[in-house]
Write a new protein. Structure first.
Length: 190
């Protein structure tokens, strides 16, 4: 009985300590959130954590006087499109690398591993030269293509790892062709 109560107290103190640590680590985020509801003068002059008066003028300014809605829309389009293309290509390539064996596939897998070693910054100038030759500079399609190419090697390796965990027997079972059985259409006797 005593050890169980000691365990409960120890767990309670651990949770309290973790909550305090989480709150301390997130103070800058709380401060940013608090400043977003202050007026411009109060945000620049007051050091108080909470605003005196809640103001949404900053939000109205960002949504109305800046290009934030357009930039947000472009970011959503670029991220969702590149994610879609990465998933489609990575599933096909990851499946091939997982199921087929040979020198070509192992060489391609090693090439993908080596490509992950290079920093993405090395691709900036070659991508700019390619995109300017294609007339894609300052275009959303160039951002989608760049994100897709940069993230593709990692995506393929991740999908390959997932495909390796699926047993081949399960795939063979799915390949069995089921012959349809035609039943008597006289349902009155059932």
């Amino acid at each position: 009985m005593r050890s169980a109560s000691k365990k409960h107290v120890k767990n309670g103190l651990t949770y309290i300590a973790l909550i305090i640590i989480i709150l301390l680590v997130n103070i800058p985020f709380f401060q940013i959130f608090s400043v977003s509801f202050k007026s411009r003068q109060e945000a620049l002059s007051s050091a108080r954590f909470f605003p005196e008066r809640i103001s949404v003028a900053s939000f109205i300014n960002v949504m109305g006087a800046t290009d934030f809605p357009l930039n947000l829309r472009n970011s959503i389009i670029a991220s969702l499109s590149s994610t879609f293309f990465c998933i489609i290509i990575a599933v096909i390539a990851g499946y091939a690398l997982s199921r087929f064996k040979g020198k070509i596939f192992s060489g391609y897998a090693m090439l993908l591993l080596v490509l992950q070693l290079f920093p993405s910054v090395l691709l900036l100038i070659p991508l700019f030269v390619i995109f300017s030759g294609l007339g894609l500079v300052d275009n959303l399609l160039s951002v989608i293509l760049a994100y897709t190419t940069v993230n593709l090697a990692f995506s393929i390796w991740m999908i390959k790892g997932f495909m390796d965990t699926i047993p081949f027997d399960l795939e063979e079972a799915a390949m069995i062709v089921r012959i349809p059985v035609y039943l008597n259409t006289n349902y009155g006797n059932i």
